[in-house]
Write a protein that binds this ligand. Sequence first.
Ligand code: GYE
Length: 349
Amino acid sequence: MRFLVKKRLLLLALVFSTMLACACGNNHKASNLTVDKERIIIGFSQVGAESDWRYANTNSMKEALSLSNGYELIFDDGQQKQSNQITAIRKFIQQEVDYIVLAPVTESGWDTVLQEAKDANIPVILVDRMVDVKDDSLFTCWVGSDFELEAKKVTAWLKQYCDNEEINPEEVHIVNIQGNIGASAQIGRTKGIEDACKEYGWDLVDEVCGDFTQAKGREVMKEFLKQYDNINVVYCENDNEAFGAIEAIEDAGIKVGSDIKNGEIMVLSFDGVNKTALEYVKEGKISCIGECNPDHGPRVRSIIDTLHMGGKPEKLQYVNESLFVSGSNITSLIVDGQVYPITEITDEE
Ligand code: GYE
């Protein structure tokens, strides 16, 4: 009974908001008029549209949770602001959606709004980044990457490369262009490089936030090059920052590449979603990319289906990922006692 009333209220709300949108000359979401009462209604609060990874992730979610697959996805772009995401979640609660999916911009600050969702009996599925909450019953489950492991693999590759090329640790001068401060992807990847610098004795010259964007990556790298004349490795916490960093390095008349003994600046990065990034690996402009898989749509769908049928999905679901390299003669890596494969990018890809 509650279910039917809830769906009717939602239908009314959707019709009303569509009328409003049309009156404002905005024709998006016209499809809301055709909401089927049997469909599963999902509110998805996405971080934003800062990177190629994020676009791919949004597409994956929209495709998997499409109308034709039997879902009504109410998509909200948080534009990288937690306050927008909190507002979106509150709207989803008012709309009495069946499930809330949240890709949180940062880890902290979610306790209150997630408690509100819990009080409304709406399961919350986290995707991509994590939340740091006092009570982990505030979310039903999470699916995403092990960001620290990604970083450990990239740094293990660098260690192996330096050993093979007989480069001494004190000759390795690294700058880190960080992602959004407080995001799980930033926290894990920053921890990975900081730990590796301590463990292997590399010089971590500086770390500055590049917002996961190309424009900021370029700006930060330009500043680094003005301030320091010994940089030979730039560790970028995603590919878009790497694109910006490469522009800044080339603008300064320096070559990007692995040959740091002969004055090149080595670029390391994460994601491997954009074709250009993989092309750069093949050309040697990016030496190593820690893969970050954005295709969470089918994973979230299967979690929702399990919950809908009364099942209990695993609380934390990690995705398997590889490393993308080209021509470094390193074929596998051992991290924490486990062997990880490496994907060699060749012309056939
Ligand atoms: O690596 C970056 C994006 O949280 C895994 O966020 C995600 C990261 C991804 O903007 O490109």
